[in-house]
Design a protein around this ligand. Structure first.
Ligand code: BTN
Length: 250
């Protein structure tokens, strides 16, 4: 049975309309186009590999056949600030689908056993102050590529499975993520989203550097901003950025 049929068989909702392709440049690019064209929310494009996968902060996202990549089209009415909740809902859904060990590295990377196994990129289009549509893209490293991860990713990247999973296992993982995400999406302002996110915070208690600031992570606030305690004991609220574990020498 192909992966699409298996996913459809197990997905207990008609919220999603799924398309599977072997290879595409970027599922986020295509699904953003779908958003412009007026496709309904819940449309999902799944690709077995990407030739031009996009990451956060304008980076590329390495997307070989040893992973799986998908983007979900949504039409929420959110302010710019609240679009972050889509990313956190996706992060919590992926982490919960992966089990107890999975951690979330603020804002949106999923770590297993100290290595990044999933990246999430949310891109939104606005009509006035509210979102017209949003695309949540999720990239999963199922296994390490046969040739290994590229040198620059070697230290950071890890995989969900030690050995190549069956199509059934991959389908099952996608079903677990999508069904959790649908629930979280319909409850974006529910306290459980924040509580689960906080519980899985990889950075809690760690010394990190964000931009020019270093300090110890003391938590996340209800807007999913990172709270860092500086040397003088003052608490800094960081809304966005990239946190690196360790203290930078300036
Ligand atoms: C990151 O870690 O910087 C975010 C990576 C997001 C990658 C996913 S894979 C599916 C979707 N399509 C893309 O081009 N990017 C996202």
């Amino acid at each position: 049975m192909d992966i699409l049929t298996t996913i459809k068989q197990h997905l207990n909702t008609d919220f999603f309309d799924l398309t599977v392709v072997d290879e595409i440049d970027s599922t986020n690019r295509v699904v953003k186009q779908w958003g412009k064209e007026g496709k309904p929310q819940g449309s999902v494009l799944i690709a077995r590999s990407q030739t031009a996968g996009r990451g956060r902060l304008g980076r590329s996202f390495y997307s070989p056949k040893s992973g799986i990549y998908f983007s979900i089209l949504l039409r929420p009415h959110l302010s710019l600030k609240d679009t972050m909740r889509l990313t956190t809902a996706a992060a919590v859904s992926v982490a919960d689908a992966l089990g107890e060990q999975a951690k979330i590295k603020w804002v949106n990377d999923i770590y297993l056993h100290g290595k990044k196994v999933c990246g999430i990129l949310t891109e939104s289009a606005f009509s006035g102050e509210k979102t017209d549509y949003a695309v949540v893209g999720i990239g999963l490293n199922l296994t390490a590529p046969d040739e290994g991860f590229p040198t620059e990713l070697n230290e950071i990247a890890g995989a969900i499975f030690d050995n190549t999973p069956t199509e059934e296992q991959v389908a099952h993982l996608i079903v677990e993520i999508l069904s959790r995400f649908e629930k979280a999406y319909h409850n974006l302002f529910d306290a459980t989203l924040f509580e689960t996110y906080e519980k899985r915070n990889l950075l809690q208690g760690k010394t990190v550097t964000v931009g020019t600031l270093s300090g110890v992570v003391v938590g996340i606030n209800e807007d999913f901003a990172l709270l860092i305690k500086g040397e003088a004991g003052q608490i800094h609220t960081i809304q966005a950025g990239e946190a690196t574990i360790g203290s930078a020498a300036f």
